[in-house]
Write a protein that binds this ligand. Structure first.
Ligand SMILES: [Zn+2]
Length: 207
């Protein structure tokens, strides 16, 4: 996921870090971003079943690609890989940062009186340079496995709640453009087209 009001590079280091946060792998290779319209982005992803070196290498590349694109979350389909896994490094509503890897994510959203919608702006690295309002529950919990196969659970508010929902959507083949009105989809397309020069084919390997 991309965020229009992400703190400037360098300020991230001073944000407090959640105890649930893990160290993301380093040393990965930046890959070109897969865009909306590519079939892998619009199909449910294959479950992760092998927590092996190949997965570790993919996850490291996803982390490198997310940072190169200045994103707060990235799913495997966004680097063209049909696998249900995402990585994230994202602040919550209090500015507390959580970093993690989630394979085979399952989302739990509040219901009834606990369900409150946040209609903040949302963006996607696979449709870069475009942001529109997208209403989503303001808290979310995701459960799955880490890159080693151990069970993990993350709960987030604010941007982190949005990110956990956005990335889990990717593993199910849903992009946030599927969740907004036709009018906002049109607005999104216009913004993406007018920003296209900043995101050439191969981005973010080109920057
Ligand atoms: Zn996205």
């Amino acid at each position: 996921m991309s965020e229009s009001e992400r703190p400037a590079e360098g300020s991230r280091a001073v944000l407090p870090v959640s105890p649930a946060s893990v160290d993301l792998p380093t040393g990965g290779v930046v890959r070109p971003m897969t865009r909306w319209g590519t079939p892998v982005m619009h199909e449910a992803q294959a479950p992760v079943t092998s927590y092996d070196d190949e997965l570790a290498s993919l996850v490291a590349d996803m982390v490198a690609t997310m940072y190169a694109a200045d994103g707060v979350g990235l799913a495997a389909c966004q680097v063209g890989v049909d696998l249900a896994v995402f990585v994230f490094d994202c602040p919550d509503e209090d500015g507390v940062v959580t970093r993690g890897v989630v394979c085979n994510p399952v989302l739990e959203l509040p219901e009834g009186k606990d369900r409150r919608l946040d209609d903040g702006d949302e963006g996607c690295l696979s449709y870069p340079g475009a942001f529109v309002e997208c209403a989503r529950p303001d808290t979310a919990t995701v459960r799955g496995q880490d890159a080693g196969g151990a069970d993990v659970e993350y709960t987030g508010t604010g941007l982190l709640a949005r990110c956990l929902q956005h990335e889990t959507d990717h593993t199910a083949g849903t992009v946030f453009g599927d969740r907004v009105s036709a009018r906002n989809r049109k607005k999104l397309r216009k913004q993406m087209e007018s920003a296209a020069e900043d995101y050439p084919e191969g981005w973010p390997t080109t920057s």
